[in-house]
Design a protein. Structure first.
Length: 259
């Protein structure tokens, strides 16, 4: 392997993850991109090689498995891939009641949003601390401050990432490892299944951002060693207003099918 450091990006076959890969390649980093979409991740790897001239290792991995973080770290050790930047981006989203979802999906979101990013931080964070150099970016969400119906597991796992990232920022800062948490609102990707009209309106008022813009802002915040970034003024307003709603009002919203 080359002596140049690598950026490891999970969920990099599309959307925000792919834009993170483009931003990091544009900064001269070699890439280790990971996704559970075998054909898509290989295709994106070829595009990134062509566009930026960096080394790209494209891996198909199911990061929803309990031991996937350890296996991915072992792959890097065995192949002498030195990861200087870790971007924990892989995730899933469902707008559905917790008990109405499948057992498999609930286990998937818990592993993908909690176990895997935490253990990737553990394994690669130890390597970075030993070298006294590294950056870790974790993708949370403004739902980390919002406990509402149909987002019970999504919001709770994003709250874990928010709190975990802040603790890791404090623990690792003086070891030369900088942890940043990104908490976007809606992003114009296929993840949220938004109608085109809603995306257009959201982009116009600034509530929805593009994956390209989010990735640029998040990486800039990471290299500035910021603990947290919540892009968009309206996202700050929204999470503040929803947090003020008492539980009785949320029950009425549920009962009247307002949301």
């Amino acid at each position: 392997m080359t002596d140049k450091p690598f950026a490891l990006i999970t969920g990099a076959s599309s959307g925000i993850g792919y834009q993170y890969a483009r931003v990091m390649a544009g900064r001269g980093y070699n890439l280790l991109i990971v996704s559970n979409e075998a054909d898509a991740i290989v295709e994106k790897g070829e595009i990134l090689k062509r566009d930026f001239g960096v080394e790209v290792v494209a891996l198909m991995r199911d990061l929803g498995r309990q031991d996937s973080a350890r296996e991915l770290h072992e792959y890097c050790v065995n192949n002498e891939i030195e990861v200087e930047v870790l971007i924990n981006n892989a995730g899933v989203y469902h707008d559905r009641d917790f008990i109405s979802d499948s057992e498999d999906f609930n286990m998937l979101i818990l592993n993908l949003h909690v176990t895997t990013p935490a253990m990737l931080t553990y394994y690669f964070g130890n390597d970075m601390a030993a070298r006294h150099k590294g950056y870790i970016l974790n993708m949370s969400s403004i739902t980390s401050d919002i406990a509402v119906q149909r987002l019970a597991t999504y919001g709770a796992t994003k709250a874990f990432l928010k709190n975990f990232s802040r603790s890791m920022h404090i623990e690792l800062y003086h070891k030369g490892v900088y942890v940043t948490c990104v908490r976007p609102g809606a992003v114009a990707t296929t993840l949220y299944n938004l109608k085109p009209s809603a995306v257009k309106a959201g982009l116009a008022i600034g509530y929805i951002t593009t994956p390209e813009r989010l990735a640029q802002r998040a990486v800039c915040a990471m290299f500035r060693k910021r603990a947290q970034i919540t892009p968009g003024f309206l996202n700050h307003v929204l999470r503040f207003l929803i947090a003020l709603l008492p539980t009785c009002v949320l029950r009425l919203i549920r009962r009247w099918h307002i949301f």
